[in-house]
Ligand binder design. Structure first.
Ligand code: DQQ
Length: 539
């Protein structure tokens, strides 16, 4: 259906057609990045899921390969569900995934490459004695899924975690194994948080306190903290906490027990789910993949013949300046898509104004911007004793003394469609400034069957820091990062007029008191030409 073809992205990963969901088993092998994903080859809605597969040299330019695994065994007849890769010290690749059996029981299965000498890992073998794990006593047969990448214990065993729930408590079960074929349940739970419900797609990884480099999943010890991420089935968001992993007691303890309630920070305050990291040994970094679903109607998905994209892979580091929080940033390779750029320096944007930025087109952009509020307004503005919340606010239309201001992306000429991504600053009753970073979908489309929520959250801003943001715009995806990636917000928007050459970009300031000074650099982005692999290209 060409009617909706402008919604297709050009540099975010997506299959040629049909439904996609979770990222699966990402890894780097013999010069290639591998990406597997939950895929329904039969249509644009979730169904009997198999594993799609693509490869890339740089995490951006992808080539589609044949399906890696299909639902052809009794133990995965209802779906080859989410799983993770482990690379053993000798280079062997182990894949563990959840199968939904012919009776919809969730079991764990083992698979491995048929030909380890093939850098493309085209063919996969399912271990003949699958399943390797059944739901343990006391655990619901449909509450046992998504094995993590394995990490080594100091005894030299491999350890994995699997998500589940006990009543309303989300839990991370733990198993040890020597050979990935037989497993031993480890007493206790890696982590558990009452009231959070089923934990999907657990991710567990070490993070360096000092360095900027990522760490292999098995690293532990001094100068290392750990991250637990869970995907909450009940509210469809990914939450994490930074904390300490006590190997002996098989226990993760979050640093911030008070504010985090165990697992309170979100990777992304917009649409981003079932995410998973991997350690990229070629560039010594930890890279995060996350599924960006649709927020239009299922009817539209079927009409356009596809659903979902993946976020641009993000490097993940510990935010040294703000403590137990992560920084996420699009992998540097995405910058290879930058074409021509336009720069706008020190523009004064007055309260209540909209300033067009004259650039070629605005449907495929990488935007970097900085904002400063004038000092007089900061001093004069009165204190506020209410917390500002992006999601319950009036969005970009709600005016305060010191916000909102930012950019209108995917806007059309007469502003009947636009998606504001912005800061909103309030002076608290203690005189301190508090900054929120939001993305407002409420006027993003004239269509009526699409999500129009306002997303966002608080972003820590240190003294003397300017407000800074980065936005990747790709037709129907807007991925936004504030303060170097302390707070991230991803939107799906479905403009009907602000498309292709008609899409425009504006600065706006809807504050009542503050003039802001803005500097913006905008790149036109090339397509990543994601396409099927041509065997003649092999080498
Ligand atoms: N998606 C998979 C499950 C996982 C869920 C099924 C999360 O393994 O729990 O497609 O989106």
């Amino acid at each position: 259906n060409t009617m909706l073809s402008w919604q297709r992205t050009v540099f975010h990963f997506q299959p040629e057609k049909n439904w996609m969901n979770d990222p699966n088993g990402p890894l780097y092998y013999k010069g290639w990045y591998h990406f597997f994903y939950q895929y329904n080859p039969k249509g644009a809605v979730w169904g009997v899921i198999v594993w799609g597969h693509a490869v890339s040299r740089d995490l951006i330019h992808w080539l589609h390969l044949p399906l890696a695994m299909v639902a052809d065994q009794w133990y995965d007849k209802n779906g080859v569900w989410t799983g993770s890769a482990t690379i053993l010290p000798d280079g062997q690749v182990i894949m563990l995934y959840t199968g939904s059996t012919n009776e919809s029981v969730q079991v764990q299965n083992l698979a491995y490459p048929a030909d380890p000498s093939d850098p493309l890992l085209v063919d996969w073998i399912k271990y003949p004695s699958n399943p390797v794990l059944f739901p343990p006593p006391g655990i619901g047969t449909m509450d046992f899924r998504d094995p993590t990448t394995a990490w080594l214990t100091s005894e030299g065993k491999w350890r994995i975690s699997i998500g589940s729930k006990l009543n309303k408590t989300g839990i991370a079960l733990v198993y040890d194994t020597n050979d990935f074929k037989t497993y031993e349940r480890v007493e206790g739970l890696l982590h558990a948080v009452p009231g959070t419900g089923m934990w999907e797609c657990i991710d567990f990884f070490p993070i360096s306190i000092k360095g900027e480099n990522g760490l292999d999943t098995s690293i532990n010890g001094e100068n290392v903290k750990h991250v637990v991420k869970v995907s909450l089935d009940d509210d469809r968001h990914d939450y994490y906490a930074v904390g300490t992993y006590d190997e002996k007691n098989v226990k993760f303890t979050p640093d911030d027990l008070k504010n985090d309630v165990g697992i309170g920070l979100r990777y992304d305050y917009g649409i981003f789910y079932a995410s998973k990291t991997f350690y990229d040994q070629s560039k010594e970094r930890r890279v995060l993949w996350g599924w960006i679903g649709e927020s239009d109607s299922e009817y539209s998905d079927v009409a356009k013949g596809w659903a979902s994209v993946q976020g641009i892979p993000r490097t993940v580091t510990l935010n040294k300046k703000t403590g137990s929080r992560l920084l996420q940033w699009p992998v540097a390779e995405v910058e290879s898509l930058r074409l021509r750029s336009d720069e706008f320096e020190n523009l004064k944007v007055k309260p209540g104004s909209v300033v067009p930025l004259e650039i070629e087109t605005a449907a495929q952009l990488d935007i970097v911007a900085e904002f400063e509020i004038d000092n007089k307004a900061l001093e004069m503005t009165s204190q506020f004793n209410r917390e500002y919340e992006c999601s319950t606010s009036g969005g970009a239309a709600e005016r305060g003394a010191l916000g909102p201001f930012g950019l209108l992306v995917l806007a059309n000429e007469d502003l009947s469609e636009y998606t504001p991504t912005y800061f909103y600053v309030v002076k608290g009753s203690d005189g301190q400034l508090k900054t929120s970073f939001c993305s407002d979908q409420s006027r993003s489309s004239l269509a009526t069957d699409v999500g129009k929520k306002i997303f966002g959250s608080f972003v820590p801003v240190l003294e003397d820091e300017k407000l800074s943001l980065r936005i990747l715009v790709d037709h129907s995806v807007v991925e936004s990062f504030a303060q170097g990636g302390r707070t991230c917000v991803t939107s799906r928007v479905y403009p009907t007029k602000a498309i292709y050459g008609a899409a425009r970009l504006f600065l706006f300031n809807n504050a009542t008191e503050a003039t802001v000074t803005a500097s913006v650099k905008v790149w036109q982005m090339n397509s990543a030409f994601i396409r099927p692999f041509n065997p003649n290209q092999r080498n």
